[in-house]
Ligand binder design. Sequence first.
Ligand code: NAD
Length: 398
Amino acid sequence: MIIQPKTRGFICTTAHPDGCAKQIEEQVNYIKAQKKISGPANVLVLGASTGYGLASRIAAAFGAGANTIGVFFDRPAEGSRTASAGWYNSAALEQQAAAQGLKSHSIVGDAFSDAIKAQTIALIQAEYGTVDLVIYSVASPRRTHPVTGETFSSVIKPLGTAYTNKTMNFHTGEVSMTSIEPATEEELRQTIAVMGGEDWKMWIDQLSEAGVLAKGATTVAYSYIGPEITHAIYREGTIGKAKNHLEQTAKELNSQLAAEGGRAFVSVNKALVTQSSSAIPVVPLYISALYRVMKDKELHENCIEQMYRLFAEHLYPEGAAPALDGSLIRIDDWEMREDVQTEVMKRWEALSTDNVSELSDLEGYRRDFFQLFGFQSEGIDYEAESDPDVEILNLVKE
Ligand code: NAD
C-alpha cells in the first residue's frame, strides 16, 4: 500500500517501514564511523524501539559489538493499519544486527509486568548467561502495578500554581499562550508511579535475584533538567518529581550494586524531538528555538550522537570519565551552555507566529517529528507501494 503520514495532534497514526529502516541505517552508519566503544558485552535495553532507548541499543551493538536484547511496547501491522514506528525500527535493527553477526533478540510487551520480566530473564538464562549493562528508557503515559494491579496515569502539570507560557502548534506554526492548571496530589502520586524509579528497581532486583546480572554490571536511566522557562512545567512539575524519584532510585541501586563492583547512573540528556517530548506543552517551541541556536553554533546533536557520547566518554571511556555532577551524568552540557541558553532566551522573548520560522528551527522540528515515523527520510519514494507487514527477526514469542 501507499503509506502517508496521518497525524492526530502530536501523534502520527501511520509509520513507514522503509523510512524507518533508512533512519536506522543512518544511525548505524553514524556509530560505525566513530571510534570503537570499549564495552559492554551483553546489553538489555528497556524501551528500546524509539528515541533514546533505540539509540542506546544501536550505540551498544554497532559501537561496542555488544549482543543486545530490546524490550518495547509496539504493535505489528494489522489489516490496513501500519505497524508502529518502533516495530519497524526494531525490525530494521534486527536485520542490521544479523548482517553484522551480532546476537540480538527483541521482546514485545509491557515492561512494567512481571510476565515480561520473567520472559526476559528466561531469555538471558537461555541465550546470554548474564547482562552487564541495563538501560532503562521506558517512557509511557500509563503503568499497571504488577503487585496491586492499580493502573496509574501520568500527567505533565505544574505544582502549586497554574503555569502560563508560550507554546506552539508545530503543524501550523501558530504560537500562542497556554495555561496549565496545577496537578492534584493524586495526579502527582500517579505520575511518580509511572515515571519514577520503582519499575527500574524492580527490574534490577529481579535480574539480580535470578543471577543474570553480571558482576560489576552497570545500569543507566535517563532524565531531563532543561532551562528556567520550562521548570514549572517540567523539572518542578509532576514529571520533575518523578525524575527526582528516579534519581533517588539510582543512588539506592548504586549502593546495592557497588558491593559487586557495579554502578547505577542517571544520565541527563538533551531535549530532542521524540514521541514523548512532542506531547509536552511549551517544550516543542523551546526545542525549535534550541535547535536553531545549536545548529548555528554547530553543537546540534540527535539521540544517536548523544548516546555515542554517553557510551564512549562516560560509561566506557578509555581514560577517566568526566566528573559526575553530584550523582548525575550530564550530556545536556552543550544544551545548557551559557551562550546557548542566553541566545535561546533572547529568541524566546521575541517568538511569535509571525517570526517562528525565522527565530526557531520550525522546519527542523517538523522534519524530525515526521522522521520519527519514517516519513521525510531522504531517498525514499513515498509514492511507491510499500508492504506494511514486516516481521521482526529474533522476536521472542511467549
Ligand atoms: P520515546 O517515546 O521515544 O521511547 C519510549 C520507549 O519506551 C519506546 O521504545 C516504547 O516502546 C517504550 N515503552 C513505552 N511503554 C512501554 C511499556 N509499557 N513496556 C515496554 N516498553 C515501553 O521516549 P524518549 O524521549 O526516548 O524517552 C526515554 C527516556 O529519556 C525517558 O526517561 C525520558 O524522560 C528521557 N529523556 C528524554 C528527553 C527528550 O527530549 N526526548 C530528554 C532527556 C531525557
